[in-house]
Design a protein around this ligand. Structure first.
Ligand code: PLP
Length: 389
């Protein structure tokens, strides 16, 4: 047992879950590419070491690292963020069950509920994560779970997360939160009382825009149920992608802190710029969730959105005129990205639904990378000057 005092997130990112010494003395945990390992007589099906059963040495190593980073008892990696989300839901819900769902969701999750919940015999009600009365009012005797996101896309709202976890506990519901946008550096759901935290590890956890993966973190009992469900549905993570993800995790704290700082600097400049009509970033003093998100989060994240003066045409020109960010969806990588959600993540929604959700055609979403903050700020200031309005 180590005599070290409890580690902070930067140290955890490097050292948690590591074997000391590693196999053959290796400092870097190797890729166990093998699909199957010899088995002892009488081994339980779920304990057979087999890649699809999420039990091989590289997978077990990655699970330990993910759990420690977010302060969960256990974790399981999945083939994508959507696999993490859908497998978690399948581990909790049975036909006839009802779930409360936050009314602002990642588009893929929204589409999953609207296209597939009924096929599974589930019913759902969208609720406002800011309005506790709506959760109580929407719960029925069949309600089994509540599902929300830490920081919503693309308006960067932060719901009453501590109250949601407490409500779920009181009402006997399983609480599930998509913590992708915050990452464990800025928010650790188990500490607030969430039962399961899900991630698109494609984003901040890996951080290099070069793999697709997911993660589920929580209590040993809940994660065991998720892993067994995953074993049946088959969405396991390949060993090589898992190796890259574990490598990315080691720099998570450094990257996310730089991304927080870049987003804060950019949001502050944009909020004061005469060619900007609105900026959405929880770290700004006038953001509607600034007060309670300041208590919940250790950092406000690397994502912001902005409405340039001049409508949809100005938004498109801004995206085309900045030089550092790539014009691409997704988020959380070391390179800045810029996109118009109405044309990308939210393109599948009807214009009326988009308008109701505040996803206007002139809204530009920015995922800050780890470039120098002054370079990023200068790039946007130059672009705003050029686009006119
Ligand atoms: N959750 C959030 C908040 C996301 O932004 C995404 C993808 O953009 C997902 C889940 C789905 O992740 P993946 O693309 O890894 O399946």
């Amino acid at each position: 047992m180590s005599s070290r005092p409890e580690s902070r997130i930067e140290t955890l990112a490097v050292h948690s879950g590591e074997r000391r010494p590693g196999p053959e003395g290796s400092v870097v945990f190797p890729i166990y590419q093998g699909t199957v390992y010899s088995v002892d007589e009488g081994t339980d099906y779920h304990d057979i070491k087999y890649l699809r059963l999420n039990s091989t040495p590289s997978q077990v190593y990655l699970h330990g690292k993910l759990a420690a980073l977010e302060g969960g008892e256990a974790a399981v990696a999945t083939a994508s963020g959507m696999a993490a989300i859908t497998t978690s839901l399948h581990s909790v819900l049975r036909a006839g069950d009802h779930i409360l769902v936050g009314n602002t969701l990642y588009g893929g999750t929204h589409d999953f509920f609207t296209h597939h919940a009924t096929d599974n015999g589930w019913t759902y009600t969208f609720v406002d994560p800011h309005d506790p009365a709506s959760w109580e009012a929407a719960a029925t005797p069949d309600t089994k779970a509540i599902y929300v996101e830490t920081i919503t896309n693309p308006l960067m709202r932060v719901g009453r997360l501590a109250e949601i976890a407490a409500f779920a506990r009181r009402a006997g519901l399983v609480s599930i939160i998509d913590n992708t946008f915050a990452s464990p550096v800025n928010f650790r759901p188990p500490a607030v009382g969430f039962d399961l935290s899900v991630h698109s590890a494609t984003k901040y956890l890996n951080g290099h825009s070069d793999l697709v993966a997911g993660a589920v973190i929580g209590s040993a009992e809940r994660v065991d149920a998720v892993r067994k469900t995953l074993n049946h549905y088959g969405g396991s993570l390949d060993a090589h992608a898992g190796f890259l993800l574990a490598r990315g995790l080691k720099t998570l704290a450094l990257r996310v802190k730089a991304q927080n700082a870049n987003a804060q600097a950019l949001a502050t400049m944009l909020a004061a710029h005469p060619k900007v009509a609105a900026v959405n970033y929880p770290g700004l003093p006038d953001h509607p969730d600034r007060a309670h998100s300041g208590e919940l989060l250790d950092g406000f994240g690397g994502m912001l959105s902005v409405r340039p003066v001049g409508g949809a045409a100005a938004a498109e020109r801004l995206c085309q005129t900045v030089e550092l960010p790539y014009y691409a969806p997704s988020l959380g990588g070391v390179e800045s990205l810029i996109t118009v959600p109405a044309k990308s993540s939210h393109a599948g929604m009807s214009p009326a639904d988009r308008a109701a959700a505040g996803v206007t055609d002139d809204l530009v979403r920015i995922s800050c990378g780890i470039e120098n903050p002054d370079d990023l700020v200068d790039d946007f200031a130059r672009a705003l000057d050029k686009i006119g309005a």
